[in-house]
Design a protein around this ligand. Structure first.
Ligand SMILES: [Zn+2]
Length: 268
């Protein structure tokens, strides 16, 4: 599933393609036909991301909400728009550009109160300046659940997925299994700041890189990582490989229904 940095990139990209011009909206596949009919012709005023949720704000208080989930994908291009291929749930076009959406978990029109409800159930998004890390820590510090599971809980921290969570805990030297209530306020502060920086870099680069420059392939004389997720990381999907810092074998285990990756020596 795409992590928050991808959704923030999409929000900025869609704004640059659509803002300020009337947008024709359709649902070639038909599953968003009513929403498309209610939206078509409206002008896009702004876009934003909230965790893994994408919002398009159109004139008339109409808000398009998209959650890509595991299979959702956007594509776009310049006019002329090609014939729809596959199950295109949503098609947005201006006189210059088109955007298609396939396979999302959510594609719906929301009113401002409904968006308020959505936001209320989301936690602090490290990529938003209005995020409240203290509220996140209040939840974490009361819980006996493993930190990795707490940080993946979108109602606590919105936008971070398994890659960022695994990596930020490695960088903090904290095992993913440590209960939330054993995390000090200072340690949380450091994790939050690091997460913000890593994710902001992800927005800029369009991929997740989490290793310090001294552990990059050039610095270590090693081959770059080959993985469809791209990016240089310490532990994510590196089970069985040597830790880039200490050489210990990276471990993986199931935690809250998700794989968890860590170095038992660097994260004692
Ligand atoms: Zn290590």
């Amino acid at each position: 599933m795409p992590e928050g940095h991808t959704i923030h990139r999409l929000a900025a990209h869609h704004r640059s393609l659509l803002a300020g011009r009337p947008v024709a909206v359709s649902s070639p596949q038909g599953r968003f036909a009513a929403g498309a009919a209610a939206l078509t012709g409206a002008e896009l005023l702004d876009t934003e991301a909230y965790g893994k949720h994408l919002l398009h704000h159109y004139a008339g208080d109409r808000i398009l909400h998209v959650h890509l989930g595991l299979y959702g994908v956007f594509s776009d291009g310049e006019q002329p728009v090609p014939p729809p291929i596959g199950q295109v749930r949503l098609r947005l076009t201006t006189d210059r550009h088109w955007i298609d959406l396939r396979g999302p978990t959510a594609c719906e029109l929301l009113s401002p109160p409904e968006v308020a409800v959505l936001r209320a159930r989301l936690g602090a998004d490290p990529l938003r300046d209005d995020a409240d890390p203290d509220a996140a820590y209040a939840r974490i510090s009361r819980s006996g659940i493993a930190l990795a599971a707490l940080l993946l809980d979108q109602s606590i921290v919105a936008g971070a997925g398994l890659v960022y969570v695994s990596e930020v805990l490695f960088r903090a030297g904290i095992p993913p299994t440590r209960p939330g209530r054993e995390l000090s306020a200072e340690a949380w502060q450091a994790i939050w700041i690091d997460l913000r920086e890593l994710m902001k870099e992800g927005v800029t680069r369009g991929r997740i890189d989490t290793v310090h420059s001294r552990h990059m392939p050039e610095a270590m004389g090693r081959a770059p990582r080959v993985d469809r997720h791209g990016g240089e990381v310490y532990v994510y999907r590196r089970a069985g490989q040597p830790c880039l810092v200490c050489g210990t074998e990276i471990l993986r285990s199931g935690l809250a229904g998700r794989n968890s990756y860590w170095c038992p020596a660097c994260q004692p």
